[in-house]
Design a protein around this ligand. Structure first.
Ligand code: PBG
Length: 330
């Protein structure tokens, strides 16, 4: 037998052949577009996220229409809340006239169900201290927070949000939110739980975008978000959220949790989303801006490997650019 019998390079010779044998492919349907909305007419760039802007409500409606044209299934909405609407009890989170609710109604009016709307359930945009939960005597109190999250989730459902996405990491919130939605007649509103969310340094630019970095100051979220040292614990988090009624689960950040994405997809076989967070986006954009890496190639590669790990869909700030590129002739 000639040496070597198997030549794996044979299948790598041509572009057409590489495409034909590719085990993983990326399509616009895999991408969810996170969008920041603010209560101003002009859009405002996020300094630490080149290419990302805080949009007006109208801007979000246009973005949703663009998503529809590009084949991006859904937007994830994040409101920039004005300081005078922030309080210790986060009551503006369940005000039906708040910015995110007005945005949801505007998009639904124009686009109906053509593009999905996924909305964060967590209190950080609304708390004066920037935490995802209520702070009492220096501690984030779980059950009291969950009660507010339930009101927030029902308010979002009433405004027309398709899927609520609890990102707060309180214990037991998925089951309580499911119960609150059902009791209010919103059985068809889904839950995408941020099931395994790590306390991560990679959320920095997001907190800049929302202005919650200043509120949070030197504090961290380690008493509720997970320790990056832990993997089995992530599996327990996911198991609990599925048992409590999560329709989809999320792992976050993505590139530092490829092992977790893989295990979750393998062990549970449920729709598994990954969030390529703001810091991951910023790293690629910063290196690209310096000419140190090819930003477009790095973005594509990063998304492909997140999918290879097992993600069914990826929340990514590259969504519109990547979807344009993935379109025929793009
Ligand atoms: C809020 C929330 C955060 C992100 C999504 N929802 C920040 C945080 O937990 O501090 C991060 C997203 C990103 O960095 O792109 N609960």
């Amino acid at each position: 037998m000639p040496y070597p019998a198997t030549r794996l390079r044979r299948n790598r010779q041509h572009d057409w052949l590489r495409r034909a044998v590719a085990e993983t492919t990326l399509s616009p349907a895999d991408l969810i577009w996170p969008v920041f909305v603010h209560d101003h007419e002009a859009s405002l760039p996020v300094a630490s996220m080149p290419g990302v802007e805080r949009l007006s409500i109208d801007g979000v409606v246009k973005a949703a229409d663009e998503a529809r044209q590009l084949g991006i299934p859904a937007l994830a909405l994040f409101p920039v809340v004005e300081p005078h609407h922030k309080s210790d009890d986060a009551r503006h989170a369940y005000d039906p006239a708040n910015l995110v609710c007005r945005t949801i109604r505007a998009v639904r009016d124009r686009l109906g169900d053509a593009v999905g709307l996924i909305c964060d359930v967590a209190l950080d945009p609304y708390t004066s201290h920037g935490h995802d939960g209520l702070l009492q005597d220096g501690r984030i109190v779980n059950d009291e927070t969950v009660a507010v999250l339930c009101r927030q989730a029902v308010t979002l459902a009433e405004a027309g949000c398709h899927v609520v996405a609890p990102s707060d990491m309180m214990d037991g919130r998925v089951g309580m939110i499911r119960g609150a939605l059902d009791a209010a007649g919103w059985q068809d509103v889904g839950i995408l739980s941020y099931a395994a969310k790590y306390a991560s340094a990679f959320y920095g630019p997001f907190r800049d975008a929302l202005g919650s970095a200043a509120s949070l100051g030197m504090a961290d979220k380690k008493t509720y978000q997970m320790d990056p040292a832990n993997a089995d614990e992530a599996i327990r988090e996911v198991a609990l959220d599925i048992a409590e009624g999560a329709d989809m689960v999320m792992v976050k950040p993505a590139m530092t949790s490829l092992d977790i994405i893989h295990r979750v997809r393998r062990e549970f076989g449920v729709p598994t989303f990954a969030y390529q967070v703001s810091g991951e986006y910023a790293m690629i954009q910063a290196a690209a801006a310096n000419g140190w890496i090819d930003g477009r190639k790095a973005a594509l590669e990063s998304l492909l490997v997140i999918k290879r790990a097992g993600a069914d869909a990826i929340l990514t700030y590259f969504a519109p650019e990547m979807a344009r590129r993935l379109a025929p002739g793009g």
